[in-house]
Each structure stands twice: as structure tokens, then as C-alpha cells.
Design a protein around this ligand. Structure first.
Ligand code: PMP
Ligand code: GLU
Length: 400
């Protein structure tokens, strides 16, 4: 009999992490691999943030802290929510975890009873459904096709809600599509949610700062203050501050929920790294100008990737509002054959073909729940991206 719990059979390893690990391993073996799987900025953490961490070590801030965040970091987060989102959260309404991922996990663990439903617009970030399943909940997927901008329509949200619905998860700008909701679109979704007072909203704002072409980010608790009492606004420093390895995420929400989330964390990891928390204070309170500089580079890369991929026979790539992903359709290569005669039947076949034939690692769309697509992260040096696009075009041209 296996040592592994039956509950674990409900989930699988994170496919985005699996692709990233595979690319890293092949590279270490000496293969010429370009990894476009990882969802993390290639930019280094800014120096003033690193210095704050070094100073914290020197001050001896190397001990356990409050489980759900130091008073200093909670105060900096409260200032951030007020300044950038117009949201008032007191320290009792703020929680800090080891990444946005842990915060989302805590929230689901703390709130889901067996059979509780969570509405997840598809395509979705790979970890939402598995976290729900591990917590004993039931993911309810709502397809959001490309011709609707990969966005949830109010009528489809309404139709997905049942008496068992506990949460709806919104992610804007989206991983994997980069699609972002306008204020007006959020207001329409809010109107539906106001009619269903038992449904809570998890707003994953981790890509808040990564928007282009003057797109204005908005978050639902701000757009519809009547939803504030049942919204968890999740964010983190990983993406905008180039701090993926530091593992700091946070959320603001009703005190009862936030307190329950701290219970989960107190019995798993305790506080997030004390040094990273000091660094996160410097990130949130410090100079923000590098974000705009990074975004100018991300925007150029997005435009490059969209332009080049649309040259590849069989691919079609929409231009998204934000994040650092594109989600091209590979419908036009399905049914074709590789030069070796292997049939491309799924997005997974296509991703494998790209890796084996031209050494480009991407994540297959089936991992995100809307196919046939694949995800490219363009958070990679521009010349490398140019080379990757040339290789993808070449690989598509070789299909028959
Ligand atoms: N939400 C989304 C949509 C993400 O893409 C990520 C990145 N993996 C996270 C949350 C969590 O990021 P982190 O744990 O690094 O804060
Ligand atoms: N969010 C990133 C991604 O989607 C990091 C990996 C993960 O946690 O899924 O690639």
C-alpha cells in the first residue's frame, strides 16, 4: 500500500513549475534551451531593497516574527492599499505569507468545507483548482474564450453560481492570458455578485503594476465598496518588485477571515522570512520609478512576441493588456505532422515538439484549462526572446 494519502491523488505537481524545472535541468545537461515557462521577471531585485534586507540582518531581525506579518510590514501594506487602491485595511485586516501562493492557499484552507464550490474563470492560473481540490472544495470552471477577450462575462458568472458557491476567483491582469478587466467590466461583475450575498470574492492582484498602453488597473473592492466586506484582496511583491525568491505575499480582507488564515499559517510555516519582510517594507515604501522603467521594457517585449508569433504558420497571438504572458492559439498546427512524422494532436504535443525540435520551453494550454493554446512568459532578455520567436516560427514552418 502506498504511503501517499488518497487526498493527494486529487492534485498534481504545478505544471508551470514542472516546465521551468525541466528547462533548467536540460540546460544544466548542456542542451541549448530557451525557457519561456517561468512566470518571473528576469530583472534583478533593486538595490535599495537588497540593502534593506542586509540592514535587517545586521540589526538582528533574524528571529520569529508575528505569524501573519510584522507590524512594520502590515503598516507599509496598509499604506500601499490606501495610496494605490483607495482601500482602508487596518493591521487586523492584513495578513502576510510566504508568497501570494501561500496567502491564497491559507484562504481556501480556512474557508472551504467539503463540497463547497469555487468559481474559476478559465483559462486560470494552474494552482487555483488544485488548491481548491486539496481543501476538499469543488472547482467550477467558466470558459472565457478568446473572442470574449478571455474575460468572464456577467451572465456566465451568474449562471455558474449555486447555493454551494463560496468564492469566485478573479485574476487581473491574468495569468496565463495577460487580459485585464476595466473598471466598467468589474462593475458589471460586481452587479451580479451583489445579487448573491453568500458569494465571496478572491481578487488576485499580483500583476497589478504590470499593465501597458495606459491601461488603468482597478480592483473589485474599490470599484464596488459594497463588496468590500466579502472580498479578499491578494497581492505580493514577487512580480512588480522582482522578488520571486524572497517569498512575500499579502492580502487585505475582513478581520474574521484574516484571523482564520493566520490559524492555518500558525500550524504550517509560521511567519514568512523575517529578512524578506524587512525587504518588502523597503519595496512598498521606497522608490517606485523602476517599475515604469521595467514596464517599458516588458511592453516592447510583448509587442515583439505578438508580432513575431503572428508570423508563424498555424499560430495566432492576441495582444494582452498586462502581466508578462501571451497566450497564443495553436489551433492551426493541430492535425499537422512533425518532420519525423509524429502527429500534433494537442497543445501538449505542440509544447513537446517545440522543446525537442528547437529547444524552446513553453507551457501547454491544457494546464490552464483552455485549449488549444500555449503560454509564453516574455520576462526574458529581449535578444533571447527574438531568438526564441525565430525558432518557434522555424518549427511551425517545418510542420506538414
Ligand atoms: N497568483 C498568480 C496569478 C500568479 O501567477 C502567481 C505566481 N506564481 C502567484 C499568485 C503567486 O506568486 P507568489 O507566491 O510568488 O507571490
Ligand atoms: N506564477 C508563476 C507561473 O505561473 C510561477 C510558477 C508558479 O508558481 O506557478 O509561472
Amino acid at each position: 500500500m502506498s504511503i501517499v494519502a488518497k487526498s493527494l491523488s486529487r492534485i498534481k505537481p504545478s505544471p508551470t513549475i514542472a516546465v521551468t524545472d525541466l528547462a533548467r535541468r536540460l540546460k544544466a545537461e548542456g542542451r541549448d534551451i530557451i525557457g519561456l515557462g517561468a512566470g518571473e521577471p528576469d530583472f534583478d531585485t533593486p538595490d535599495h531593497i537588497k540593502e534593506a534586507a542586509i540592514a535587517a540582518i545586521r540589526r538582528g531581525e533574524t528571529k520569529y516574527t508575528n505569524v501573519d506579518g510584522t507590524p512594520e510590514l502590515k503598516a507599509a501594506i496598509a499604506r500601499k492599499f490606501k495610496r494605490e487602491n483607495g482601500l482602508d485595511y487596518s493591521p487586523q485586516q492584513i495578513t502576510v505569507g510566504a508568497g501570494g501562493k501561500q496567502v491564497l492557499y491559507n484562504a481556501l484552507m480556512a474557508t472551504l468545507d467539503p463540497g463547497d464550490e469555487v468559481v474559476i474563470p478559465a483559462p486560470y492560473w494552474v494552482s487555483y483548482p488544485d488548491m481548491v481540490l486539496l481543501a476538499g472544495g469543488v472547482p467550477v470552471f467558466v470558459p472565457c474564450p478568446e473572442n470574449r477577450g478571455f474575460k468572464l462575462r456577467p451572465e456566465d458568472l451568474d449562471a455558474a453560481i449555486t447555493p454551494r458557491t463560496k468564492w469566485v476567483i478573479l485574476c487581473s491582469p491574468s495569468n496565463p492570458t495577460g487580459a485585464a478587466y476595466t473598471r466598467a467590466e468589474l462593475a458589471e461583475l460586481a452587479e451580479v455578485l451583489l445579487r448573491h450575498p453568500h458569494v465571496w470574492v478572491m481578487s488576485d492582484d499580483i500583476y497589478e503594476h504590470l499593465v501597458y498602453d495606459d491601461f488603468e488597473f482597478a480592483t473589485i473592492a474599490q470599484v464596488e465598496p459594497r463588496l468590500y466586506p466579502r472580498t479578499l484582496t491578494v497581492n505580493g511583491v514577487s512580480k512588480a518588485y522582482c522578488m520571486t525568491g524572497w517569498r512575500i505575499g499579502y492580502a487585505g480582507g475582513p478581520a474574521e477571515l484574516v484571523k482564520a488564515m493566520a490559524v492555518v499559517q500558525s500550524q504550517s510555516t509560521s511567519n514568512p522570512c523575517s529578512i524578506s519582510q524587512a525587504a518588502a517594507v523597503a519595496a512598498l515604501d521606497g522608490d517606485q520609478s523602476f517599475i515604469a522603467r521595467n514596464n517599458a521594457i516588458f511592453k516592447e517585449r510583448r509587442d515583439l512576441v505578438v508580432r513575431e508569433l503572428n508570423r508563424a504558420p498555424g499560430l495566432r497571438c492576441a495582444k494582452p493588456e498586462g502581466a508578462f504572458y501571451v497566450y497564443p492559439s495553436c489551433a492551426g498546427v493541430i492535425g499537422k505532422r512533425t518532420p519525423e512524422g509524429r502527429a500534433i494532436e494537442t497543445s501538449e504535443d505542440f509544447a513537446r515538439y517545440l522543446l525537442e525540435s528547437v529547444g524552446v520551453a513553453v507551457v501547454h494550454g491544457s494546464a490552464f484549462g483552455l485549449d488549444p493554446y500555449f503560454r509564453i512568459s516574455y520576462a526574458t532578455a529581449t535578444p533571447v526572446l527574438e531568438e526564441a520567436c525565430r525558432r518557434i516560427v522555424r518549427a511551425c514552418e517545418a510542420l506538414r
